[in-house]
Design a protein around this ligand. Structure first.
Ligand SMILES: [Zn+2]
Length: 107
């Protein structure tokens, strides 16, 4: 979906807004990096969360269908949405996307 930003400050950046409620308090809680050759079935997948990193060769969840990708998992202070900011390589361009789901488990 289309990304929405709040204020932009030079040297600081733009505030990414929650795709569900528009609040600007989004937190990272997991980062995934996918590295692979073109059209590969396996590659390098590193997940960083909960104070540790885990590596495997699965490309499931790679936002790029054919090349490198990056997923940043976010949660919102303003609602129960869990969102994923993704960066993917597609041919010669870099694509940025944001998808979300609403969760029902309030913890
Ligand atoms: Zn929200």
């Amino acid at each position: 979906m289309q990304l929405s930003f709040g204020d932009y400050n030079e040297g600081y950046g733009a505030e990414l807004l929650c795709p569900n409620c528009g609040f600007n308090y989004l937190h990272h809680d997991k980062v995934e990096v996918f590295e692979c050759g073109e059209d590969a079935n396996h590659g390098m997948h590193v997940t960083i969360a909960d104070g540790k990193s885990v590596m495997d060769t699965s490309l499931i969840g790679n936002p790029s269908r054919r090349r490198h990708g990056l997923n940043i998992h976010l949660w919102c202070e303003g609602c129960s949405a869990k969102s994923v900011l993704s960066i993917s390589q597609h041919k010669g361009v870099t694509l940025v996307d944001l998808n979300y789901s609403e969760t029902t488990d309030e913890t």
